[in-house]
Design a protein around this ligand. Structure first.
Ligand SMILES: CC(C)(COP(=O)(O)OP(=O)(O)OC[C@H]1O[C@@H](n2cnc3c(N)ncnc32)[C@H](O)[C@@H]1OP(=O)(O)O)[C@@H](O)C(=O)NCCC(=O)NCCS
Length: 123
């Protein structure tokens, strides 16, 4: 699948999925300069007519590859009851203890959930 990339601000990057030249979904990430640095999924949305067709999975997969390649932690915030819940769980993202709205990916073993919360919420 071809996913187009577009830089906005220096630390932001947006990937867009187009069908017949029309945008049907996007994912936006922010690279932080925290210690350790992480990648935050700032937005993920798919047009209603194109949902349940794997567009979000493809966009997320693209970002997961970047997270692994750059050896960073992935963060995203998701309302527990939202449709993203199953999507993220299925793809190996997990909720942080005592911060259930916070999902993480590719976390180094030595970092505790408490440290993850502190890293995200104090940034
Ligand atoms: C959440 C959203 C991005 C999913 O996009 P999508 O392209 O339809 O997702 P996919 O087709 O890749 O679905 C992947 C998995 O996500 C889950 N999923 C997607 N939509 C779902 C829904 N409405 N209810 C429950 N689970 C859902 C399913 O587990 C699905 O796997 P399956 O097809 O094997 O059942 C889309 O519904 C959306 O844009 N919603 C509004 C904005 C939003 O909630 N964004 C997420 C904020 S964190």
């Amino acid at each position: 699948m071809n996913v187009e990339s577009q830089n906005t601000k220096p630390s932001y990057e947006v990937f867009r999925k187009k069908v017949d030249g029309k945008e049907v979904g996007f994912i936006e990430i922010e690279r932080t300069d925290t210690t350790p640095p992480y990648i935050y999924v700032a937005g993920l949305s798919v047009s209603e007519d194109f949902r349940s067709g794997g567009v979000a999975s493809t966009l997320l997969e693209k970002v997961e590859k970047i997270i692994k390649k750059e050896n960073k932690i992935g963060f995203l915030v998701n309302a527990i009851s939202g449709p993203g819940y199953a999507l993220y769980q299925k793809r190996g993202w997990r909720q942080v203890e005592n911060a259930a709205e916070l999902y993480v990916y590719n976390v180094p073993a030595h970092l505790s959930d408490k440290e993850l919360s502190r890293l995200f919420y104090s940034a």
